[in-house]
Design a protein around this ligand. Structure first.
Ligand code: A5A
Ligand code: ZN
Length: 462
């Protein structure tokens, strides 16, 4: 069951619902089943359309020369233990070892240095959706901690000033909010403490959601890079007065974890519950044959409905399996709406509509079906979003001492002076991480007792 063994539920569902095959013989690498791949595609199409409003899609190579990767000292300190290397071509040792990108700053920024000449070239906003490789040493898990992230949606921007780059981080936060809202995934957005920022960044803003086992999952990050990389890769522009200036940069990314969140946050003991916008099948029509004599009329009605609803991704499941087995199968796949048509429905010119999110049944006249289905699709998203939001809210708990968080599920808020030493102490005593700052309230730091209105957000992250 999801509630008492989330890990087992998640792993079984990935296979049962045909999301991923986890039997590939390399640790941290998995195979997408066609069904899972369609869910992935629909989800990314949505993110792509959001990014396309203000960014241009590009593609940079997978391989990064060692000398470029090593240039930014903070960045490489953060990634050196996670890089996969290509050192040979056939039997020839390469003169310069090539890294499989763990992320693409060091592939992209040498090119920015060539591309950017004047203030007229700025801002640049690009993104790519590519695979990245990280030799993760923590426990690997499908969709959550991968050694090949198959779809890293990374954006990179360059601006004339720190302020412009800051505005870009705000625009990225708004964009990610819209993305997760449309998936019904609730989140906490916070600025990571400085000891936990992205290697090479000035500061990092993160989205975290709550997983069913009470741990937090970081589902997206946005980084203000200031001029750190610009100085390393010599990315300058000529300003209006003819002076050379370093660009200010940002980057932000989302991985497969967005799919992990959709599956884990909304799914139940029957299987997936998918937001209609990304459900590979949005409607399944199931004929109910009772008396053999009626079966042709039932099938005919089903085909008409399928046609009538053709603006949705709709499947007519007319094979001769028992209806119960079909219900079970489509519920597992998270299909938001099931329409049943039996002889009695035909005589009434109506159908039975069943919602995956609530299991509720209603009889709908066929003349009103189009309109009702459109409403139900919106209601499904709202219902699952509100339900998830309520779970997250009820798991944000204010505590007085860090020990109160030990072994408990969820997010915790605790007074904190903001210093790194007290932050690290909080982490040790609570056995949780400081994600960022919560809404301020007057109090005293739980470690050093200094008066403060800052409060830390604590959680045990994946
Ligand atoms: N270039 C920037 C955007 C970057 O690399 N940021 S990041 O390292 O924070 O990664 C972006 C997001 O990818 C993270 O917020 C996290 O949600 C996800 N991520 C990181 N490592 C991952 C892994 N091994 N498997 C799956 N997702 C991962
Ligand atoms: Zn303190």
């Amino acid at each position: 069951m999801k509630s008492d063994n989330f890990s087992e539920w998640f792993n079984e569902l990935l296979v049962d619902a045909k999301i991923m095959d986890v039997r590939y013989p390399i640790k941290g690498l998995y195979v997408w089943f066609p069904f899972g791949f369609t869910l992935r595609k629909l989800t990314y199409d949505m993110l792509r359309s959001l990014l396309d409003r203000e960014h241009e899609e590009t593609y940079f190579p997978l391989l990064i020369p060692e000398n470029e990767l090593l240039k930014e000292s903070e960045h490489i300190k953060g990634f050196e233990e996670e890089v996969f290397w290509v050192t040979r071509g056939g039997s020839t040792e390469l003169e310069v070892p090539l890294a499989l990108r763990p992320t693409s700053e060091t592939a992209i920024y040498p090119m920015f240095s060539i591309w950017i000449r004047s203030h007229a070239d700025l801002p640049i906003r690009i993104y790519q959706i590519v695979n990245t490789f990280r030799y993760e040493t923590k426990h690997t898990r499908p969709l959550i901690r991968l050694r090949e992230i198959t779809s890293f949606k990374e954006a990179h921007t360059a601006h004339t000033s720190w302020e412009e780059a800051k505005k870009q981080t705000e625009a990225a936060v708004a964009l990610y909010k819209e993305f997760y809202d449309r998936l019904g995934i609730p989140y906490v957005v916070s600025r990571r403490p400085q000891w936990d920022r992205f290697p090479g960044a000035n500061y990092t803003i993160a989205f975290d959601t709550l997983m069913p086992d009470g741990k937090s999952l970081q589902i997206g990050t946005i980084h203000h890079l200031s001029t750190n990389f610009a100085k390393t890769f010599d990315i300058t522009y000529e300003d209006r007065s003819g002076n050379q200036q370093y660009v200010n940069q940002t980057c932000y990314g989302i991985s497969e974890r967005c799919i992990a969140a959709v599956i884990s946050v909304h799914g139940d003991d029957k299987g997936l519950v998918l937001p209609p916008e990304v459900a590979p099948t949005q409607i399944v029509i199931i004929p109910i044959f009772t008396a053999q004599a009626n079966s042709e009329a039932v099938l005919k009605a089903c085909n008409e409905l399928k046609h009538q609803l053709s603006r949705y991704r709709v499947v007519l499941d007319a094979d001769d399996t028992r209806p119960g087995a079909k219900f079970y199968k489509w519920e597992k796949q998270g299909v938001p709406v099931r329409i049943e048509v039996g002889p009695r429905d035909i005589s009434k010119r109506a159908v039975t509509l069943v919602r995956r999110d609530t299991g509720k049944k209603e009889v709908v006249e066929r003349s009103k079906l189009q309109a009702r289905v459109a409403e139900v699709m919106t209601e499904v998203l709202n219902t699952i979003a509100e339900r998830a939001q309520a779970v997250l809210r009820s798991h944000i708990v204010a505590i007085e001492t860090p020990e109160q968080a030990k072994g408990k599920k969820g997010f915790f808020q605790i007074s904190w002076c903001g210093s790194e030493s007290c932050g690290l102490q909080l982490q040790e005593l609570s056995e949780a991480d400081v994600l960022g700052e919560a809404e301020p309230i007057e109090g005293r730091c739980a470690v050093c007792k200094t008066p403060t209105n800052v409060r830390a957000f604590l959680a045990r992250p994946y």
